[in-house]
Design a protein around this ligand. Structure first.
Ligand code: DGI
Ligand code: FE
Ligand code: FE
Length: 204
Protein backbone atom coordinates (compact mmCIF):
# COMPACT_ATOMS: atom_id res chain seq x y z
CA UNK A 1 0.00 0.00 0.00
CA UNK A 2 1.22 3.47 -0.77
CA UNK A 3 1.57 6.18 1.85
CA UNK A 4 -1.23 8.16 0.20
CA UNK A 5 -3.58 5.17 0.47
CA UNK A 6 -2.72 4.70 4.15
CA UNK A 7 -3.68 8.30 4.76
CA UNK A 8 -6.95 7.99 2.83
CA UNK A 9 -7.79 4.78 4.76
CA UNK A 10 -7.23 6.46 8.10
CA UNK A 11 -9.43 9.43 7.09
CA UNK A 12 -12.14 6.99 5.97
CA UNK A 13 -12.08 5.16 9.30
CA UNK A 14 -12.30 8.46 11.15
CA UNK A 15 -15.19 9.77 9.02
CA UNK A 16 -17.07 6.50 9.37
CA UNK A 17 -17.07 7.07 13.14
CA UNK A 18 -17.89 10.78 13.00
CA UNK A 19 -20.56 10.96 10.28
CA UNK A 20 -23.95 9.32 10.06
CA UNK A 21 -23.93 6.28 7.72
CA UNK A 22 -25.61 8.03 4.77
CA UNK A 23 -23.30 11.03 5.04
CA UNK A 24 -20.30 8.70 5.13
CA UNK A 25 -21.55 6.84 2.07
CA UNK A 26 -22.08 10.20 0.32
CA UNK A 27 -18.52 11.26 1.19
CA UNK A 28 -17.08 8.07 -0.35
CA UNK A 29 -19.24 8.53 -3.40
CA UNK A 30 -18.16 12.18 -3.84
CA UNK A 31 -14.54 11.09 -3.40
CA UNK A 32 -14.77 8.56 -6.25
CA UNK A 33 -16.72 10.97 -8.44
CA UNK A 34 -14.01 13.60 -7.87
CA UNK A 35 -11.43 11.05 -9.03
CA UNK A 36 -13.46 10.34 -12.17
CA UNK A 37 -13.69 14.04 -12.99
CA UNK A 38 -9.96 14.40 -12.27
CA UNK A 39 -9.28 11.60 -14.79
CA UNK A 40 -11.46 13.35 -17.36
CA UNK A 41 -9.86 16.78 -16.90
CA UNK A 42 -6.28 15.76 -16.16
CA UNK A 43 -6.27 16.90 -12.53
CA UNK A 44 -4.27 15.35 -9.66
CA UNK A 45 -6.30 12.28 -8.63
CA UNK A 46 -4.97 12.01 -5.08
CA UNK A 47 -5.89 15.61 -4.31
CA UNK A 48 -9.32 15.14 -5.85
CA UNK A 49 -9.89 11.98 -3.80
CA UNK A 50 -8.88 13.68 -0.56
CA UNK A 51 -10.92 16.85 -1.17
CA UNK A 52 -14.00 14.80 -2.07
CA UNK A 53 -13.65 12.52 0.94
CA UNK A 54 -13.31 15.41 3.41
CA UNK A 55 -15.70 17.92 1.79
CA UNK A 56 -18.51 17.27 4.33
CA UNK A 57 -16.31 16.48 7.34
CA UNK A 58 -17.91 19.50 9.04
CA UNK A 59 -21.40 18.04 8.69
CA UNK A 60 -21.12 15.99 11.84
CA UNK A 61 -23.45 18.19 13.91
CA UNK A 62 -26.69 20.13 13.47
CA UNK A 63 -26.49 23.67 12.03
CA UNK A 64 -26.91 25.37 15.42
CA UNK A 65 -24.09 23.34 16.98
CA UNK A 66 -21.88 24.06 13.95
CA UNK A 67 -22.52 27.78 14.51
CA UNK A 68 -21.43 27.39 18.16
CA UNK A 69 -18.31 25.47 17.07
CA UNK A 70 -17.45 28.26 14.60
CA UNK A 71 -17.72 30.84 17.38
CA UNK A 72 -15.72 28.70 19.81
CA UNK A 73 -12.82 28.18 17.39
CA UNK A 74 -12.88 31.72 15.95
CA UNK A 75 -13.71 30.38 12.50
CA UNK A 76 -14.65 33.34 10.36
CA UNK A 77 -18.12 33.56 8.84
CA UNK A 78 -20.21 36.43 7.50
CA UNK A 79 -23.57 37.60 8.91
CA UNK A 80 -25.10 36.38 5.62
CA UNK A 81 -23.67 32.90 6.22
CA UNK A 82 -25.10 32.95 9.73
CA UNK A 83 -28.50 33.81 8.21
CA UNK A 84 -28.15 30.83 5.83
CA UNK A 85 -26.71 28.33 8.34
CA UNK A 86 -26.85 25.34 5.95
CA UNK A 87 -23.68 26.73 4.36
CA UNK A 88 -21.67 26.93 7.62
CA UNK A 89 -20.60 23.27 7.61
CA UNK A 90 -18.24 24.26 4.78
CA UNK A 91 -16.47 26.87 6.94
CA UNK A 92 -16.29 24.45 9.86
CA UNK A 93 -15.19 21.61 7.54
CA UNK A 94 -12.32 23.64 6.07
CA UNK A 95 -11.19 24.46 9.60
CA UNK A 96 -11.39 20.79 10.69
CA UNK A 97 -9.50 19.70 7.57
CA UNK A 98 -6.68 22.10 8.38
CA UNK A 99 -6.59 21.75 12.15
CA UNK A 100 -7.71 18.16 12.81
CA UNK A 101 -6.88 16.29 9.60
CA UNK A 102 -3.61 18.15 8.99
CA UNK A 103 -4.45 19.25 5.45
CA UNK A 104 -2.16 22.08 4.41
CA UNK A 105 -2.82 22.22 0.68
CA UNK A 106 -4.67 25.53 0.13
CA UNK A 107 -6.41 24.16 -2.99
CA UNK A 108 -8.00 21.34 -0.98
CA UNK A 109 -8.97 23.65 1.89
CA UNK A 110 -10.55 26.12 -0.51
CA UNK A 111 -12.44 23.34 -2.33
CA UNK A 112 -13.98 22.35 1.03
CA UNK A 113 -14.72 25.99 1.95
CA UNK A 114 -16.58 26.73 -1.30
CA UNK A 115 -18.23 23.35 -1.89
CA UNK A 116 -21.70 24.57 -0.86
CA UNK A 117 -21.93 28.06 -2.38
CA UNK A 118 -19.36 28.01 -5.15
CA UNK A 119 -17.74 31.36 -5.95
CA UNK A 120 -16.68 33.38 -9.00
CA UNK A 121 -13.54 32.16 -10.80
CA UNK A 122 -13.37 28.76 -9.15
CA UNK A 123 -10.23 26.63 -9.40
CA UNK A 124 -10.49 23.29 -11.20
CA UNK A 125 -10.55 21.41 -7.87
CA UNK A 126 -13.27 23.69 -6.47
CA UNK A 127 -15.43 22.96 -9.51
CA UNK A 128 -14.70 19.24 -9.36
CA UNK A 129 -15.79 19.00 -5.70
CA UNK A 130 -18.84 21.26 -6.15
CA UNK A 131 -20.05 19.26 -9.16
CA UNK A 132 -19.20 15.83 -7.72
CA UNK A 133 -21.22 16.77 -4.62
CA UNK A 134 -24.25 17.26 -6.88
CA UNK A 135 -23.90 14.38 -9.34
CA UNK A 136 -22.48 11.57 -7.17
CA UNK A 137 -24.23 8.25 -7.89
CA UNK A 138 -26.15 8.08 -4.58
CA UNK A 139 -27.95 11.38 -5.22
CA UNK A 140 -31.47 10.87 -6.52
CA UNK A 141 -33.67 13.87 -5.72
CA UNK A 142 -32.85 16.53 -8.32
CA UNK A 143 -34.82 16.18 -11.56
CA UNK A 144 -31.92 17.36 -13.73
CA UNK A 145 -29.40 14.74 -12.49
CA UNK A 146 -29.20 12.78 -15.78
CA UNK A 147 -28.39 15.95 -17.74
CA UNK A 148 -25.88 17.22 -15.14
CA UNK A 149 -24.15 13.82 -15.00
CA UNK A 150 -23.58 14.02 -18.74
CA UNK A 151 -22.68 17.69 -18.89
CA UNK A 152 -20.11 17.34 -16.07
CA UNK A 153 -17.92 15.28 -18.39
CA UNK A 154 -18.30 17.79 -21.24
CA UNK A 155 -17.86 21.26 -19.72
CA UNK A 156 -17.22 22.14 -16.06
CA UNK A 157 -18.15 25.85 -16.40
CA UNK A 158 -21.45 25.09 -18.13
CA UNK A 159 -22.19 22.53 -15.42
CA UNK A 160 -21.49 25.13 -12.73
CA UNK A 161 -23.93 27.51 -14.47
CA UNK A 162 -26.69 24.90 -14.71
CA UNK A 163 -26.31 23.58 -11.16
CA UNK A 164 -26.18 27.10 -9.65
CA UNK A 165 -29.26 28.09 -11.67
CA UNK A 166 -31.18 25.07 -10.36
CA UNK A 167 -29.95 25.58 -6.79
CA UNK A 168 -31.09 29.22 -6.77
CA UNK A 169 -34.51 28.27 -8.17
CA UNK A 170 -34.79 25.63 -5.42
CA UNK A 171 -33.67 28.03 -2.67
CA UNK A 172 -36.08 30.74 -3.89
CA UNK A 173 -38.96 28.28 -3.63
CA UNK A 174 -37.87 27.17 -0.17
CA UNK A 175 -37.89 30.80 1.05
CA UNK A 176 -34.65 30.35 3.02
CA UNK A 177 -32.01 33.10 3.00
CA UNK A 178 -29.60 32.86 0.09
CA UNK A 179 -25.90 33.38 0.76
CA UNK A 180 -24.73 36.26 -1.52
CA UNK A 181 -21.71 34.11 -2.46
CA UNK A 182 -24.10 31.70 -4.23
CA UNK A 183 -25.55 34.68 -6.17
CA UNK A 184 -22.09 36.00 -7.06
CA UNK A 185 -21.06 32.54 -8.27
CA UNK A 186 -24.20 32.31 -10.40
CA UNK A 187 -23.68 35.79 -11.93
CA UNK A 188 -20.12 34.85 -12.85
CA UNK A 189 -21.00 31.51 -14.50
CA UNK A 190 -24.04 33.02 -16.20
CA UNK A 191 -21.76 35.63 -17.79
CA UNK A 192 -19.34 32.89 -18.94
CA UNK A 193 -22.33 31.01 -20.37
CA UNK A 194 -23.55 34.10 -22.28
CA UNK A 195 -20.09 34.70 -23.70
CA UNK A 196 -19.73 31.11 -24.87
CA UNK A 197 -23.20 31.19 -26.51
CA UNK A 198 -22.23 34.43 -28.31
CA UNK A 199 -18.89 33.01 -29.42
CA UNK A 200 -20.66 29.92 -30.83
CA UNK A 201 -23.17 32.09 -32.71
CA UNK A 202 -20.34 34.12 -34.24
CA UNK A 203 -18.63 30.92 -35.39
CA UNK A 204 -21.79 29.58 -37.05
O1 DGI B 1 -23.75 19.00 2.33
P1 DGI B 1 -24.52 18.41 1.18
O2 DGI B 1 -25.95 18.11 1.55
O3 DGI B 1 -23.86 17.25 0.56
O4 DGI B 1 -24.57 19.52 0.03
P2 DGI B 1 -24.22 21.08 0.15
O5 DGI B 1 -22.97 21.30 0.91
O6 DGI B 1 -24.32 21.64 -1.24
O7 DGI B 1 -25.37 21.65 1.02
C1 DGI B 1 -26.62 21.60 0.50
C2 DGI B 1 -27.54 22.44 1.33
O8 DGI B 1 -27.09 23.77 1.36
C3 DGI B 1 -28.90 22.43 0.67
O9 DGI B 1 -29.87 22.29 1.69
C4 DGI B 1 -28.98 23.78 0.02
C5 DGI B 1 -28.11 24.61 0.92
N1 DGI B 1 -27.55 25.79 0.29
C6 DGI B 1 -26.67 25.91 -0.73
N2 DGI B 1 -26.44 27.19 -1.02
C7 DGI B 1 -27.20 27.90 -0.15
C8 DGI B 1 -27.88 27.00 0.68
N3 DGI B 1 -28.73 27.34 1.66
C9 DGI B 1 -28.95 28.64 1.84
N4 DGI B 1 -29.79 29.00 2.81
N5 DGI B 1 -28.33 29.59 1.08
C10 DGI B 1 -27.44 29.27 0.07
O10 DGI B 1 -26.91 30.17 -0.60
FE1 FE C 1 -21.85 19.91 2.07
FE1 FE D 1 -21.81 16.83 0.25
Amino acid sequence: MTEAFNLISSYRRNLEMKLDPMRYEHSLSVSYTCMNLAMRYGYDMEKAELAGLLHDCGKRYSDDIILKKCRKHNISFTPEEEAAPAVLHANYGAWLAQNKYGIQDPEILSAILYHTTGRPEMSMLEKIVYIADYIEPRRYKAADLPQMRKLAYIDLDETMYEILKGTLAYLNKKSGKIDPMTLKAFDYYQELHRKSVLAKELND
